[in-house]
Design a protein around this ligand. Sequence first.
Ligand SMILES: Nc1ncnc2c1ncn2[C@@H]1O[C@H](COP(=O)(O)OP(=O)(O)OP(=O)(O)O)[C@@H](O)[C@H]1O
Ligand SMILES: [Mg+2]
Length: 239
Amino acid sequence: MINVADLKKIYLLGNVEVAALRGVSLDIRKGEFVGIMGPSGSGKSTLLHQVGLLDTPSSGHILINGTDVSQLDDETRTRFRLLHLGYVFQDYALVSELTVKENVAIPAIMQGKPLAECYAAATAVLEKVGLERRLDHLVFELSGGEQQRVSIARALVNRPAIVFADEPCANLDTENSRTVLELFRAVNRDLGQTVVMVSHEPWHREYFDRIIFIRDGMMDLERIAYEGKHEGLPRQETC
Ligand SMILES: Nc1ncnc2c1ncn2[C@@H]1O[C@H](COP(=O)(O)OP(=O)(O)OP(=O)(O)O)[C@@H](O)[C@H]1O
Ligand SMILES: [Mg+2]
């Protein structure tokens, strides 16, 4: 489903080049729940942003369902994101002036669907995340854990092929983190949703089908091989 080949990302800070990704190649299969883990500054968010079409790589290729999406023009990229991808961020990124239902409906409305259909889809997915009694609340009336569930509902409303999540539990306590991780696992299992999640919390690994370790902008192949020897952690087969 996702094929990444020799992906590089170099940021320019004045005259200084920062090589955030130094040649990453990996494959992610349809229906996988993949964790991306590694030390702070290792390039996890950069990798997610390139593969999630939120940024353009310096070189390399990204194929999603066979389409090379690494060098799309802005308009095509935006359209591709809207049709095929969903996002969950650490800070929820909700619109505070809108209700829960309106926030979740946004990606559907942006696809140009009739409003009634968008709100029906939003309501259905909010039921799935257990927020059917919060539809008309403003988002600031919700707890952090509830707000993150709203943002997960928003990511799912268009039934995207892939959901990308960058440290979605970073602002949550353990109990709410578990709720969020279990929700991701449920949509992964029940809907076959492909999920790619960045995390640096070791205990999150029990939720993932597979972990891709990143270090210094590259796959940490030694760690992947080492972790793969442990029971219950499938070996990284695709690098
Ligand atoms: N917009 C940017 N401009 C310049 N350098 C950047 C930019 N974004 C990231 N970097 C650099 O690229 C490297 C990788 O950053 P990235 O944010 O991908 O790390 P990370 O693994 O997500 O870290 P964390 O766990 O702290 O979120 C770091 O050295 C960072 O300073
Ligand atoms: Mg990060």
